[in-house]
Design a protein around this ligand. Structure first.
Ligand code: SAM
Length: 236
C-alpha cells in the first residue's frame, strides 16, 4: 500500500496555480460538485471554513450565499493566487494554515468543507479533531473525495499496482474519524472529467498519475474519465 502521507499527486500543478482553474473546469464541467453541496446544505448566512481552499474555486461562489468564508491553504503559491482573486470580496478571509492546525477558536464555524484535500492530510486524527473543535454544535462537515471505483483508480493502479484500495482506505479513514458525529450520510456521484483534446489529457494524467497512466490514456484515446465522487455529510 502506498504511503498516504507521501503521495505526491498534484504537486507540480499546485506550483502553477493559474493552471488549476482550467483544470477543474475539465474535472467537473457541469459543476455537479458545487450544485450537490448547495442542495445538501443551506449555506445562507452561515460562517464557513474551506480547508485547503486552493484557488478559491468553491470559496468564491459560496461567498455569494454565506455570511463569511474563511479559506485556509498551506501552499504559498496557491495562497498568493487565491488572494488576488478574492481581493474585492469582503466576506472571504484567506489564511495560510493546514487542517492539522486550524487558526480559529472552538465552535466558530457552522460548516466546514474539505473538498479534494483529505489526500494531503498528514495526520487524519489531528485534522479531524481540529475540524470538530472549530465546528459549532450541530455544525456540518462536508468531505468530497474519489469513491475509488472509477477511472482514477484504474489509472492509479496502472502506475502503482501496490496502491490498490488507496481511495477506499482514505474515505474509510474519514468515516472512522467521524464516529463522534451525530449523523453521517454519504452520497456517491458519477461525474466525468472531459479533456478538450488528447494532448491535454495525456499531459494532465502524466503530471497527476504518471507516465504509464498517460500512455494508457493516449493509446485508448481517453478524453472522458469517470470520476466517482464520494461525498460525506456529517452533523456534529
Ligand atoms: C486538489 S486541491 C483542492 C482545492 C480546493 N479545495 C478545490 O476543491 O478546488 C488540494 C489543496 O489542499 C492543499 N493542502 C495540502 N495539504 C494540506 C493540509 N494538510 N491541510 C489543508 N490543505 C492542504 C493543497 O495545497 C491544495 O491547494
Amino acid at each position: 500500500m502506498a504511503d498516504l502521507s507521501t503521495f505526491e499527486e498534484w504537486k507540480s500543478i499546485y506550483k502553477k496555480p493559474e493552471r488549476y482553474d482550467p483544470l477543474t473546469k475539465w474535472l467537473d464541467p457541469t459543476e455537479i460538485e458545487l450544485k450537490t453541496i448547495l442542495n445538501l446544505i443551506d449555506l445562507k448566512d452561515k460562517t464557513i471554513l474551506d480547508v485547503g481552499a486552493g484557488t478559491g474555486r468553491l470559496a468564491i461562489p459560496i461567498s455569494e450565499i454565506a455570511k463569511k468564508v474563511c479559506a485556509i491553504e498551506p501552499h504559498e503559491d496557491m495562497i498568493n493566487y487565491m488572494e488576488k482573486k478574492v481581493v474585492e470580496i469582503e466576506n472571504i478571509e484567506v489564511k495560510r494554515a493546514s487542517a492539522e492546525d486550524i487558526p480559529y477558536p472552538d465552535d466558530f464555524f457552522d460548516v466546514v468543507i474539505c473538498s479534494w484535500v483529505i489526500q494531503h492530510f498528514k495526520d487524519f486524527k489531528k485534522s479531524f479533531s481540529e475540524i470538530k473543535r472549530v465546528l459549532n454544535k450541530n455544525g456540518i462537515l462536508l468531505v468530497v473525495y474519489n469513491n475509488g471505483d472509477d477511472d482514477w483508480e484504474k489509472l492509479t493502479l496502472i502506475e502503482d499496482p501496490n496502491s490498490k484500495g488507496i481511495f477506499q482506505k482514505r474515505y474509510k479513514n474519514v468515516l472512522k474519524e467521524l464516529k463522534g458525529f451525530q449523523t453521517v450520510k454519504t452520497k456517491v456521484l458519477d461525474s466525468f472529467i472531459t479533456f478538450p483534446n488528447i494532448q491535454i489529457a495525456e499531459k494532465i494524467i502524466r503530471e497527476t498519475r504518471g507516465l504509464e497512466a498517460a500512455k494508457y490514456v493516449r493509446e485508448n484515446n481517453m478524453l472522458k474519465i469517470l470520476n466517482k465522487m464520494f461525498i460525506v455529510y456529517a452533523k456534529k
